[in-house]
Design a protein around this ligand. Structure first.
Ligand SMILES: [Fe+2]
Length: 338
């Protein structure tokens, strides 16, 4: 028999489907209907991982997560919810839930997330000691980094997986931001902070209603206001987890503009750091080159034109130049415009 997995879900139909699937994948699945029963099962015999519904009768899944953390600090816990709310997502992150699944999801998705969580936990155990010395030098412990990486994956994946148009956006922005930082001559940890900020930059969208995020038509003023708070929400979510300004600032300031007309703070150019400037360009580029519900992806001529037009007002000129160097196709288009 494979790993013992604790499944805590009060919906008997759903727990039946998931338990059957996990059984078919070789796991030994133990089902509990509420938090108390789940805790008893976990105390009787330590599971390799737990899958916990956030909304349970009496004590919630978050309460159970707290208790499980006290009992088995290293056990991966995957939370499931039909009602993604900011409060429970923040709590889940603080308590280092391994992953966060938004219902409905196919059982195979749970299978993939579970096996990834188990693999990662195994790797973290081996690498934690080796990483500890280096991470301590930055003021972040190995455990802190682990929580951080989990947070990135859990929330960003859960958010983007719901929308085929934004799927993979944060990871692409992270990679491009890293490339631009390298191209601009930044070094080691600066580049790493920008990469992490890129992966996390839109985490605050969890606080914006899905129907507003995915609206295939022009937004009303009220809806636009809701969108504009996502950098602040992201900052608030991450601040208790990460004390590093070079990660936090770009999350808050990735929609600021050099001409002071950006959001959420309307900062003047001299208060917008290099990380924020880089992520703003990487984000803008990925947005233009990805299809949206209301338009296809933009071609290179359009993108080159927009980069030229907005360099110096919205975007940093040096970062835009670094992007032209990094994507030769854009330079060709720009030359053709001259
Ligand atoms: Fe954003």
């Amino acid at each position: 028999m494979g790993h013992r997995i604790l499944l805590v879900e009060d919906d008997a139909r759903l727990s039946g489907v998931l338990a059957e699937y996990l059984g078919s994948q070789g796991y030994e699945c133990v089902v509990a209907r509420d938090a108390e029963e789940g805790l008893q099962q976990a105390m009787a015999k330590a599971p390799a991982a737990a899958i916990v519904d956030v909304v349970l009768p009496q004590a919630s899944g978050i309460d159970l997560l707290t208790a499980l953390r006290a009992l088995h600090a290293d056990m991966p816990v995957l939370l499931m919810t039909g009602h993604p709310e900011l409060g429970s997502a923040i709590e889940a992150l603080r308590l280092s839930a391994e992953d966060y699944l938004i219902k409905p999801f196919p059982p195979s998705e749970l299978g993939e997330r579970l096996s990834r969580a188990l693999r990662k936990r195994h790797l973290v155990g081996e690498e934690a000691q080796a990483d500890a010395a280096e991470d301590a030098s930055s003021g972040l412990t190995a455990e802190g980094w682990r929580v951080l990486v989990q947070s990135v994956e859990a929330i960003c994946n859960a958010l983007e997986a719901k929308d085929s148009y934004t799927n993979g956006h944060s990871q692409r922005v992270a990679r491009l931001a890293q490339l631009l930082a390298l191209e601009m001559g930044l070094m080691g940890r600066e580049i790493e902070a920008i990469r992490i900020a890129g992966a996390l930059h839109d985490i605050g969208k969890i606080g914006v209603p899905e129907e507003v995020l995915n609206k295939p038509a022009t937004l009303t003023q009220g809806e636009w206001k809701q969108i504009r708070v996502h950098p602040q929400i992201g900052f608030r979510i991450l601040r208790p987890l990460i004390g590093q300004p070079d990660v936090l600032d770009p999350v808050r300031h990735h929609h600021e503009r050099l001409d002071g007309r950006g959001y959420p703070d309307g900062l003047p150019a001299d208060q917008i750091g290099i990380g924020s400037r880089i992520i703003a360009v990487a984000d803008g580029y990925d947005g233009m080159t990805s299809a949206r519900a209301y338009r296809p992806r933009r071609d290179s001529s359009y993108v080159a034109g927009e980069l030229n037009r907005c360099a110096g007002t919205q975007w940093d000129v040096d970062v835009v130049e670094a992007l032209f160097r990094a994507v030769p196709e854009l330079t060709k288009r720009r030359t053709a415009m001259d």
